[in-house]
Design a protein around this ligand. Structure first.
Ligand code: PMP
Ligand code: GLN
Length: 386
């Protein structure tokens, strides 16, 4: 393994899912739902397979039906207008979109600012691109029960070498949804310092309570400098299909596509046709999906509180971050490695998402995109830790 990748080893998700399998523990680690997405979308994939749509290499930018559906979704939800031919690119999940964006836009030595804790592929992709990551830490607020971005810290992190801001909202793993004011400040900074922005919005449909998802591309001066990434894995519960997409100005899409061509060339054809239909589902699908996840959030949060964790009730995503110190624990890593044996539950330690590992040490993430009986059972098992 070369020096750029040596520090990364096996992803925490593979490690913890393997631990769940070998111990039979309830897997609240890796974020994937245990119930498949809509029947009609599965049927649409079968139809595409049967009809021979997408069984051979689909077009490089993605099938026109899906690009059109992505553009229509951005228009309908956010009033953002993108040309399906020049401003939309289909990728092999958001993961490839992140990789291709960084490989296309970062020069060796460029600094990339990412919100810490960051989704693990960000660090690896910045490294593969030869960039330098500059983490800006989201900190747990005692009073607000939320992880918050310090805008002054973000401003101070920008240097002459900064090439781009890598933003994620709703944010994995903290569940923070950046507010309109925070996003406006990020946008102003990007414009003032002439930075590109790559924004990972895969949890755009998983936003709860009073929170609102506002795409960064909607702010003044941002449309032309922002690469927006999303994916069908989260919104439609088909994480195995690996259909994601990028929307951006033509020059940016062209750049990202140049890298994408040599990573996967294209992604699986029949699934693209099915996701085109999924994006056109009535609003009631999205509302019901969110309401169901909200119920699960509340159920798991109650179980975790009951078990003695300090719970950061997320405004978005399907993850709950907890502080394990009230349980008399301080090392999330050791806690998560022992948890399957101690309580029959798998969780993810935050520390792996930090450069400043000590900042993340006491935090542990639990996924709630699981059946309610499992969430209830997990709560009961964790209560035994007391
Ligand atoms: N970004 C974030 C923040 C994620 O949590 C995930 C994980 N699902 C991804 C990107 C990857 O998405 P995909 O499965 O579409 O590659
Ligand atoms: N995004 C999912 C999570 O955060 C996992 C995806 C993966 O395994 N790479 O848990």
């Amino acid at each position: 393994l070369n020096r750029r990748l040596a520090e990364f080893g096996t992803t925490i998700f593979a490690e913890m899912s393997a631990l769940a399998l070998s111990t039979g523990a309830i897997n609240l680690g890796q974020g994937f739902p245990d119930t498949d997405g809509p029947e009609e979308v599965r049927e649409a994939a079968v139809r595409a397979l049967r009809d021979g749509r997408g069984n051979q290499y689909p077009p490089g930018p993605g099938v026109p039906e899906l690009r059109t559906a992505v553009a229509a979704h951005q228009q309908r939800r956010y009033g953002l207008s993108f040309d399906p031919d020049t401003e939309v690119l289909v990728t092999a999940g958001a993961t490839e979109a992140i990789a291709a964006s960084l490989l296309a836009l970062v020069e060796p030595g460029d600094e990339v600012i990412a919100l810490e804790p960051y989704y693990d592929s960000y660090a690896a992709c910045i490294a593969m691109a030869g960039g330098r990551r500059v983490p800006v830490t989201l900190r747990a607020q005692e009073d607000e029960a939320r992880f918050r971005l310090d805008l002054d810290e973000l401003r101070d992190a920008v240097t002459d070498r900064t090439r781009l801001l890598l933003i994620n909202t709703p944010h994995n793993p903290t569940g923070t949804v950046l507010t309109r004011e925070e996003l406006a400040a990020i946008a102003e900074l990007a414009v003032e310092r002439d930075l590109l922005v790559v924004t990972d919005e895969v949890y755009e449909h998983l936003v709860f309570d009073e929170a609102e998802h506002v795409p960064l591309a909607t702010f003044p001066g941002m449309r032309e400098r922002t690469v927006t990434i999303s994916s069908s894995g989260k919104t439609f519960s088909f994480t195995g299909w690996k259909v994601g997409w990028v929307t951006a100005a033509p020059e940016l899409v062209t750049a990202v596509r140049s890298a994408k061509q040599y990573l996967t060339y294209v992604s699986a054809g029949p699934f693209q046709y099915a996701i085109a239909e999924a994006l056109a589902l009535p609003e009631s699908y999205f509302t019901a999906f969110r309401d169901d996840m909200l119920l699960k959030r509340n159920l798991l949060a109650a179980g975790l509180e009951e078990a003695g964790f300090r719970v950061f009730r997320p405004s978005g995503t399907y993850f709950i971050t907890t502080d394990i110190r009230p349980l008399g624990e301080t090392d999330g890593f050791a806690f998560c490695r022992a948890l399957p044996e101690r309580a029959g539950v798998v969780a993810i330690p935050h520390a792996v998402f930090y450069d400043h590992r000590e900042e993340g040490a006491p935090f542990v993430r639990f996924a709630f995109c699981k059946r309610t009986d499992l969430l209830r059972e997990a709560g009961e098992r964790l209560a035994e830790l007391r």
